[in-house]
Design a protein around this ligand. Structure first.
Ligand SMILES: Nc1ncnc2c1ncn2[C@@H]1O[C@H](COP(=O)(O)OP(=O)(O)OP(=O)(O)O)[C@@H](O)[C@H]1O
Ligand SMILES: [Mg+2]
Length: 295
């Protein structure tokens, strides 16, 4: 299916807008993983995508960051097609700096031959104009912010625990201060006590910098704690999208009700009570060159 036969999302679709289809070729024929899904969200919004395993969440997230090409339709980031942002050299670096992705599997996402600090230097050097001691200063500032002991950074990825590696994956994404963080099952492997801390750090990052977050998870409680708005996915489709309070109080779709029955009461219910303490703002995203300045 070509773009032409599948209506493209409007140019003025805000911060992120999409209408996409994704089919995979399998031995049994074509399989539709994301089935004509449309969405849009505003800058600074925390958007949750929940759904059972295989519902297409990771595929959608990967298309959003340009790692997977849609089979039909397309996505736009700040008015520009993601396909162009990843294709053209002049767009790629500002796009990668603006939009960071934390993949579902952090075990394989770190180079085993590099220390964690060396891995964190790569995005700083490749995407930011920082050089010399400013590179490690930026890394140390980020580690401190995420409450990661700096000495752990001198280890190799297989010399830290899964939970610690997950925090380094968050640090590697936040070290460039993205405007949009797309995270796929970022707390699912952590135990509940650590989940709360990580969710608070993400929320704090969004609130202090105005960055948006797309939070992909099969866990409704964690998603409800963090997200302003939630989309429920099943079998490649979005069944309903609602602001979090509405979704919890008055789910429209029977499948959402079922999710709530199984996963309720929410693990971390009181969003207002759980606001993180105000912290030193990270460098505001507005203060650095943006896509517009570069095009
Ligand atoms: N490269 C691929 N080739 C064929 N099928 C694929 C491919 N990638 C994903 N799929 C299929 O697409 C569907 C959606 O996969 P996806 O990884 O997006 O689901 P998910 O919602 O992220 O699941 P989970 O919660 O288990 O991570 C699944 O049925 C999966 O088997
Ligand atoms: Mg997934």
């Amino acid at each position: 299916m070509s773009d032409r036969s599948f209506p493209f999302v409007d140019e003025d679709s805000g911060f992120v807008g999409a209408r996409v289809l994704k089919q995979f070729r399998t031995p049994a024929g074509r399989f539709t993983a994301v089935d004509d899904v449309s969405f849009q969200f505003a800058a600074g919004e925390i958007w949750g995508i929940v759904g059972e395993s295989g519902s297409g969440k990771s595929t959608l997230a990967r298309m959003l960051v340009g790692l997977e090409a849609p089979s039909g339709g397309g996505l736009r980031y700040r008015g520009k097609p993601v396909a162009d942002l990843v294709r053209y050299r002049g767009f790629r670096i500002p796009f990668r700096r603006d939009v960071q992705f934390i993949a579902q599997d952090t075990t394989s996402s770190f180079d085993s031959r590099l220390t964690l600090r060396a891995s964190l230097r790569l995005p700083v050097r490749n995407l930011l104009p920082l050089r010399g001691s400013a590179v490690d200063e930026r890394i140390d500032e980020t580690l401190a912010r995420l409450e990661i002991p700096a000495e752990l950074a001198d280890r190799y990825p297989d010399q830290v625990s899964g939970g610690q590696r997950q925090r380094f994956a968050i640090a590697r994404a936040l070290v460039v201060r993205p405007r949009l963080l797309v995270c796929d099952e970022v707390v699912s492997a952590l135990d509940v006590s650590v989940q709360g801390a990580v969710l608070n750090l993400l929320k704090d990052y969004s609130r202090t910098t105005g960055a948006g977050i797309v939070f992909v998870s099969h866990g409704l409680p964690a998603t409800a704690f963090l997200a302003d708005r939630i989309a429920v996915m099943r079998l490649g489709r979005i069944l309903e999208t609602a602001d979090t309070a509405t979704l919890l109080a008055a789910p429209r779709h029977p499948y959402t009700r079922q999710l709530l029955d199984v996963q309720s009461p929410p693990l971390l219910p009181a969003r207002e009570d759980a606001e993180p303490a105000p912290a030193e703002p990270l460098e505001p995203t507005e203060s650095r060159p943006t896509l517009e300045h570069r095009t």
